[in-house]
Structure formats: structure tokens, C-alpha cells
Design a protein around this ligand. Sequence first.
Ligand code: NAP
Length: 289
Amino acid sequence: MKAIDGYTRTCGLIGNPVEHTLSPLIQNMLAELTDQKLCYVPLRVEEGQLEAAVKGAYALNFLGTNVTVPYKSDVIPFLQEIDPLAAKIGAVNTLVRMEGGFRGYNTDMPGLYRALCADGVRIEGEKVLVLGAGGVARAVAVLLAEKGAAGVILLNRTLEKAQRIACEVNAMAGKELVSAMEYGDYTKLPEGERYLAIQATSVGMHPHDDEVVLADKAFYQKLHTGYDLIFNPARTRFMELVEEQGGRAMNGAKMLLYQGVIAYELWTGSSVSDEYANRVYAAMEETWR
Ligand code: NAP
């Protein structure tokens, strides 16, 4: 990192917990590579202190912050402005300083999109299965609708949650694009159709490495590509099952990388080259060895 002096700008990560985050690695390395006087720190915010934290970050001249669990939706009332995509998704993970406060963005979904593009995975015209119906799955469904997916099926343990998201996203899209089903109902999917599947549940995260929401081989035979948003472990059981049936499988590390790259670009007004993004990615991979 460049020596900190009176010109150094501060950014940080608001969340709780923040101890295991890779964001300081991503952002401080980007600052070093692009020769910016920027320092990024974790900011643990206790329950009930979010408004004070956002106002405090503004008062302390922060250039911006990221926002993580559990505050991505709770932070919205404390923003000066919200980007339209973040408003649609209903979650903000990046605050950018503006006159009088912060403007909120969601860089998770543009980050996922950039990761999919980098891995040569197409959305436009694709039929996509999304596993899960939590906050991230909802955001993924919005992204898929925005980027022209041909159809989206949300599979979830709690069917009503998937149905609710399907209704909301269909209303936004102005057409019946998204439908919902329980996991076991994958057997009703048409024979011969091959799908992109995005694994957006928390099942399979370390230390539960061997867990997966669906273990049937027949399900994985329906996939040409499986994208797991989990990045720890680097190779999940879901990815193994996809590959065992001949599909391509990827984890969520590039999504994490690119949500950070896009936040950095918003803060600094610069654009990060593929070379620098790849160097940060290599450093992230080192931490998982
Ligand atoms: P969330 O809102 O808590 O949703 C969790 C989802 O997992 C729900 O669909 C839930 O099903 C399902 N689930 C949990 N335990 C289950 C179980 N035992 N059996 C079946 N389903 C289960 O979480 P979220 O915020 O959407 O995040 C989901 C995951 O996205 C995270 O865990 C993380 O791995 C990943 N993520 C990745 C990145 C990245 O940069 N790569 C960024 C953010 C998040 P029910 O609805 O039935 O409870």
C-alpha cells in the first residue's frame, strides 16, 4: 500500500461480522496497482448503530463504503439517493459519497454479470434454474430478467418464498418470465432441455462442504453449466456433481472479485483493467490455499 498521508482517502466495509472479509485485500491491492491514495478498512457495526455509522462515515469524509450482511437492505433509508438497479433489487452493497450523503448501488449483480461474461457464460436467450429464494436469489432473478434470459425457474425448499419472488420479478419485467417450484419437481422439467443453473443457497458453505440441496444425478444431467455463488470451499459438492455429469462448473469467487472492482471504479472514477483484476484474483486464490 502507498504510504498513508494527509491526502489518503478512506473507504471501508460496514457489516457484522466483518472479520473474515476479503474486501480489504481486493480494494487495497487495487489502490496499489492503480496508484491511488486510498485505504480500505473493515468497520464492524453493532446492531442499532447503522444510521450513526452511515452519518459518521459521511462526517469523517469517507469516499465510500461497502455494506454487507446484515445491513444490505436496512441501509436504504439512510441514503441520500439510490441507483435504480439497487432499488429494484432492494439491496445496496456500495455507498458512494455525494453532496449531503451517500448514493447507494448494488455491485453484486453487475459483479456476477461481469464474472459470467469473463467465464463465457451467456444469459441472453438462456433458460436458467436458480437454486434458492433468499436475498441473493431474488437479485439474481432481477439480473436474469434485465439481461434477457428466455426463462427462469426458482427452486426452493420453501415454495412460497420462490413464488413471491417470481410474482415480484414478473411484475417488474412486465411478462411471465419467472416461475417457482420445489426441488423435487425438477423431474417435471421437459426431457432433453439443458439449463444454466445458479446455486444461490447457503448450503455447501464451509464447514458444511459436503452438503448440497439436490443430490440426484438426474438433476445434474439437465445442466450444461452450474454456477455456485459460494466461494468457500473453492470446489463445492454442487460443482463436483455438475462436473460428474459432464457440465461446466464455476464458483462465486469471480463475482466477489468483480463486485469489488465495480465498487472501486465507482469510488475512483477509474476503470480497472483485466490484467489488474486477474492479479487481484490470483491474490484471492492464494488466501484459499
Ligand atoms: P439467505 O437470504 O439467507 O437465503 C438462503 C437460501 O438458502 C434460501 O433459499 C434458503 O431456503 C436456502 N437454505 C438455507 N439452508 C437450507 C437448507 N438446509 N436446505 C435447503 N435450503 C436451505 O441468503 P442470501 O443472502 O440469499 O445468500 C445466499 C448465498 O449467496 C450465501 O450463503 C453466499 O454463499 C452467496 N453469496 C455469494 C456472494 C459472492 O460474492 N460470491 C455474495 C453474496 C452471497 P429457504 O428459503 O427454504 O429457507
